[in-house]
Design a protein around this ligand. Structure first.
Ligand SMILES: NC(=O)c1ccc[n+]([C@@H]2O[C@H](COP(=O)([O-])OP(=O)(O)OC[C@H]3O[C@@H](n4cnc5c(N)ncnc54)[C@H](OP(=O)(O)O)[C@@H]3O)[C@@H](O)[C@H]2O)c1
Length: 332
């Protein structure tokens, strides 16, 4: 695509707002910016006034790039409108889960599988937030030492469930301080204040949730390895933004702890946090990197390691990755 581009952002929730910020921060070459949501209204963002327009098929006319960050599913923005945008000539990048496993839709992390993006038929999918940060950590290790087994437990921030979930945590925090009855948790399935719960998405086969299956299937697709045996437990914690993950992995070829650390020190987009420090959501929020710390060799199993991976789910887990995908297509 020859810049500057006509760029359209669909959705002004947790991810859509962050996309608008990232586009501006990275000076993405925009000729005209269009912002769409379910209803038209003014939007004030970081001191700037923007106009949100109501979505319609005609709104995609003349757009070069459309970044979808609307809700998912049958009536979700991308399901209803992505084909329309593609038909009118736009490249679509979708943040939702609806098309990620479609064989015709590349699932891309630009630092890891940028070559897949070239095979698109109008749409490229952004992986799930918890998948992106785990794969950013695992991909360089897999390339060098071949990972055969992964066991991951996540500690996921509420912003991963959208802006309404952030409001629910804030309202329950305030009610707790004021010692009044807790307001509803909707869209979260349980009380979130003073709580953690192992339910993200819907329950599916073998008792795993949809979020847990996303981490399995999306990782296999991005790494082109459907033999990698991945088991995930996805847990919601009362943190506003930045997901944490405890990741255990077994490799086929022998490696020392220093080999892994050396790899991560050289990996673009990754920052190794050296002991005695370790990454935490409060320090990762609003940052672009995937932070890795607490790297340990298993005391009992040869060739097995553990690490702690933290990243802002709205930045590298969503908005930043989406804009980086778009940047792959900028030709001077
Ligand atoms: N939050 C994360 O960490 C994260 C990470 C990776 C991927 N994602 C995915 O990114 C997408 C957006 O998530 P979010 O967290 O930003 O959700 P959100 O905070 O709930 O915001 C959703 C936005 O989408 C708009 N929208 C919903 N249905 C629409 C439709 N049919 N047409 C046009 N606009 C529509 C809403 O419009 P109104 O404002 O007019 O209601 C709202 O602005 C989801 O698919 C989500 O799964 C989220």
């Amino acid at each position: 695509m020859k810049p500057p581009l006509n760029v359209c952002v669909v959705g002004v929730g947790a991810v859509g707002i962050e996309i608008l910020r990232v586009l501006k921060e990275r000076r993405f070459p925009i000729r005209a910016l269009k912002v769409l949501a379910r209803s038209a209204r003014p939007l004030s963002l970081d001191g700037e006034s923007l106009r949100v327009e109501a979505i319609s098929p005609e709104a995609f006319q003349g757009q070069d790039l459309v970044l979808f960050a609307g809700t998912e599913g049958e009536k979700g923005a991308a399901v209803t409108y992505a084909r329309e945008a593609i038909r009118r000539g736009a490249l679509v990048i979708d943040n939702g889960a609806d098309f990620r496993m479609d064989p015709k839709v590349p699932l891309v992390i630009p630092e890891i599988n940028p070559e897949d993006a070239k095979r698109h038929e109008g749409m490229i999918a952004n992986p799930n937030c918890s998948t992106i940060q785990m794969v950013m950590a695992l991909a360089p290790v897999h390339r060098r030492f071949k990972i055969r087994r992964v066991i991951v437990s996540t500690y996921q921030a509420v912003s991963g469930a959208g802006s309404k979930a952030i409001e629910a945590l804030e309202a329950q925090t305030e009610a707790t301080v004021r010692k009044v009855a807790l307001p509803p948790s909707d869209p979260l399935p349980q009380t979130i204040i003073q709580n953690v719960f192992p339910e993200i998405g819907s329950f599916q086969e073998l008792g795993y949730t949809s979020e847990e299956w996303k981490m399995v299937r999306e990782t296999q697709k991005i790494l082109h390895d459907d033999q990698m045996a991945i088991t995930a437990t996805a847990v919601r914690v009362p943190v506003v933004s930045a997901h944490s993950e405890s990741v255990y992995f077994e490799i086929e070829h022998p490696a020392a702890l220093q080999d892994l650390k050396g790899l991560w020190r050289q990996t673009p987009g990754v920052k190794l946090v050296e002991e005695p420090s370790y990454p935490m959501p409060v320090e990762a929020v609003h940052r672009d990197e995937v932070f890795i710390g607490r790297v340990r060799q298993d005391p009992f199993i040869k060739n097995a390691f553990s690490c702690w991976v933290v990243s802002d789910n709205l930045r590298k887990g969503a908005a930043l990755n989406a804009v980086q995908i778009a940047e792959l297509f900028l030709t001077p």
